[in-house]
Design a protein around this ligand. Sequence first.
Ligand SMILES: [Zn+2]
Length: 119
Amino acid sequence: MEEKDIQFFKKLLNDRLQELLSQANGTVSGLKGNEDHYADPTDQAAAEADINFQLRIRDRENRLIKKIQTALDRIENGVFGICETCGDEISIERLKARPVTTQCIDCKSKEERQERLFG
Ligand SMILES: [Zn+2]
């Protein structure tokens, strides 16, 4: 991969990471704001459902944050864009669509087929 492409993805991933981190902070303060006591049990249930929903979103965000950090590590280590399964280069088009991917399209679709069969 060319240096300009590396820089492109590095910026893309860093921007996305900052965006997610600031959102994550927003979710935490949102949760703190929900600590009021509800007189009505229906409100209480709704509030708990809302918190569960927010926690699920945060869980997904955390997983994505980890993936982005892994991708940035891979940039630092000079292995970004290399499929971790077969060692081939992942196409730029695929990386643009999914910068956190660690597998080429062939290995990914093989893995998905396996998951469908055995998962
Ligand atoms: Zn591969």
